[in-house]
Design a protein. Structure first.
Length: 256
């Protein structure tokens, strides 16, 4: 399963991912000083874009899943017009998008989505497209996870159990991972069960690969594409990245 095929779960995506309050606050704190025009690459259901718009930030989001964008637009129907007017959503491939608006103050790719780019060619294409849409010294923020080598490989494990207090919808999500160090890839298989009130269970199976970046490799890649790395955090509280960090959050600025 590739990134563009990750569409059938759009309706349940926010509930699968869970609370993102800390993540949203991190993006606001880090990108806020750069300005109020931000590009959300692979924006999905607008889970970060919409809260940022509530904070007065103008966000342009792109995603290649129409299902995800439809879900984002459904959410926008329930926000105030002045907030809704701060958001523009477009369908586009992160490797080859070209927007009318240029010179964004900052851009970000959240929630490990950059890791769907397995080949170096695709990784460079994404970074190049983002750079073309940033003003000079505009910010780039990438979020990638660090693999858990101690987790049992190939074992299905319950990752998320949720019951919506308003609708009664029940979500169960189980995943298994297999790490291939020689290929620098984690293969992920997931089974999601969803049941809306008084309806039958729905079953969703998704399968995909995520690229594994070492710190030095990611920094070198970003700098080779015309950015200067400013900082690398290990969590949303902006603690320095170290060998025990579960995330790598890289902040860079467009150079030249």
């Amino acid at each position: 399963m590739s990134l563009e095929e990750f569409t059938s779960l759009a309706k349940y995506y926010d509930r699968i991912v869970g609370d993102r309050t800390e993540e949203i606050a991190f993006y606001r704190r880090v990108l806020g000083p750069y300005g109020k025009r931000i590009l959300d690459v692979a924006c999905g259901t607008g889970a970060i874009a919409i809260p940022l718009a509530h904070e007065g930030i103008h966000v342009t989001g792109i995603d290649q899943s129409q299902h995800m964008l439809d879900e984002a637009n459904r959410k926008l129907e329930h926000v105030r017009p002045n907030v809704r007017n701060r958001i523009r959503l477009s369908k586009g491939d992160m490797r080859k998008f070209e927007l009318d608006e240029q010179n964004f103050d900052g851009a970000f790719i959240a929630f490990n989505t950059f890791l769907f780019m397995i080949s170096r060619k695709d990784q460079k294409a994404v970074l190049g497209c983002i750079r073309n849409h940033l003003r000079r010294e505009g910010a780039l923020l990438l979020e990638v996870f660090q693999p858990d080598y101690l987790r049992p490989q190939g074992v299905l494990r319950l990752e998320r159990s949720y019951r919506d207090p308003t609708t009664g919808t029940i979500i169960l999500r189980m995943t298994q991972q297999t790490i291939s160090p020689q290929d620098q890839v984690t293969h992920v298989s997931s089974l999601t069960l969803a049941r809306e009130q008084r309806k039958e269970w729905q079953f969703f199976f998704d399968e995909y690969d995520l690229y594994l970046f070492a710190r030095g490799e990611l920094q070198q890649l970003v700098e080779s594409e015309g950015f200067q790395v400013i900082d690398i955090y290990g969590d949303y509280k902006r603690h320095p990245f170290n060998k025990d960090s579960k995330k790598m959050l890289l902040l860079a600025e467009k150079s030249g």
